[in-house]
Design a protein around this ligand. Structure first.
Ligand SMILES: C[S@@+](CC[C@H](N)C(=O)[O-])C[C@H]1O[C@@H](n2cnc3c(N)ncnc32)[C@H](O)[C@@H]1O
Length: 253
C-alpha cells in the first residue's frame, strides 16, 4: 500500500513537510492542500506583504501556509466553511495578523476592483470557474500585472468526451468539471485578457493523491466516495487523472 512517507518524500515538498501531519489530516477536505499550494508557489511569486485572495480556502490550511511561508496578507474566502471556525484555526496557527477569514460566494465577491496582487485557488476553482466568462469577472479584483494561480484535480490528457473504459465504473458525473492543462490554457487565453505563464500537470500527482487518500480517514459520509476515488486512481495509474496547474498574469501584454 502507498504511504505518505514512502510515496511523497519530504524533499519533494520541503515547506509542507514542516507542518504537523495530524493537523493536516484533521482539517483536510481533499487531496493534500499544502503540497498543491507548494507546487503552485514554485512558479507563482508571492512576496512578503502581498495581498492574496485564497478563493475556496476551505478550512484555511492553504491560507495559513501562504501567510507563514511567504508573509502574504491573505483573505481566506470560502462558501461552505464557517469563517468563525477558520478564525480559530488561523489564531491557533499564529497568523491572526495576516489572514482574514470570510464567507464569500466566488461569483459575488465583496472586494474592491484591482485590490489583490494574486488570487490563489486550490482544489476549488473547478467548482465555479469553468464558465467561459468567469475569468473576466475574477480579473476585476486582481491588480494589473497580478497573478491568478489555480491547482485542481484534472485530466493528464484530454479525453474528448469519452471516459476511458478502465475508469468508467468509478466515474462520477461531477468529474466532468475536470479538465486538461491544454483545456485550461485555451479557456484562459480565449479571454484575451491574460498571459498564461504555466499550464501543466504535476508529475506523479496521481500517486500523491492516492497516498493521501490512503493516509487519511475520511468522514463517514464521504468514505464511499473516497474509496471509489482511490479505486479509480489505482485503475488509472496516471493515464488520465492528476493535478493541473495554471498560472496567468492579468493583462495580455
Ligand atoms: C475541496 S474544498 C478545497 C478547500 C481548500 N482549498 C483545500 O484545498 O483544502 C473546495 C472548497 O471550494 C469552496 N467552494 C465551492 N464552490 C464555491 C463558490 N461558489 N464560492 C466560494 N467557494 C466555493 C467550498 O466552500 C470548499 O471549501
Amino acid at each position: 500500500m502507498a504511504s505518505v512517507d514512502g510515496v511523497v518524500p519530504p524533499e519533494r515538498f520541503p515547506r509542507s513537510s514542516g507542518y504537523d501531519l495530524a493537523w493536516q489530516k484533521r482539517y483536510m477536505m481533499g487531496p493534500n492542500p499544502l503540497w498543491l499550494t507548494e507546487w503552485l508557489a514554485e512558479d507563482l511569486p508571492i512576496g512578503e506583504g502581498a495581498r492574496v485572495l485564497d478563493l475556496g480556502a476551505g478550512t484555511a490550511l492553504t491560507s495559513v501556509f501562504l501567510a507563514r511561508e511567504f508573509g502574504a496578507r491573505v483573505t481566506a474566502a470560502d462558501l461552505w466553511v464557517d469563517p468563525g471556525d477558520n478564525w480559530r484555526r488561523v489564531r491557533e496557527a499564529g497568523v491572526a495578523d495576516r489572514v482574514l477569514p470570510l464567507r464569500a460566494e466566488a461569483r459575488d465577491l465583496p472586494f474592491a476592483e484591482g485590490y489583490f496582487d494574486a488570487v490563489v485557488s486550490i482544489d476549488a476553482y473547478h467548482y465555479f470557474g469553468t464558465d467561459d466568462l468567469y475569468l473576466d469577472y475574477l480579473l476585476r479584483f486582481i491588480a494589473p500585472g497580478g497573478r491568478l494561480g489555480i491547482v485542481s484535480p484534472g485530466l493528464a490528457r484530454p479525453v474528448d468526451g469519452t471516459v476511458p473504459e478502465r475508469i468508467r465504473p468509478y466515474w462520477q458525473a461531477a468529474y466532468r468539471s475536470f479538465h486538461s492543462a491544454q483545456w485550461w490554457r485555451a479557456t484562459f487565453e480565449s479571454s484575451q485578457a491574460v498571459r498564461v505563464e504555466r499550464a501543466d500537470t504535476l508529475v506523479d500527482g496521481w500517486k500523491y493523491w492516492l497516498a493521501w487518500n490512503e493516509a487519511c480517514t475520511p468522514p463517514e459520509d464521504a468514505a464511499d466516495i473516497v474509496a471509489q476515488e482511490s479505486a479509480m486512481l489505482r485503475a488509472d495509474a496516471g493515464e488520465t487523472l492528476g493535478f493541473v496547474r495554471v498560472i496567468a498574469r492579468n493583462g495580455a501584454a
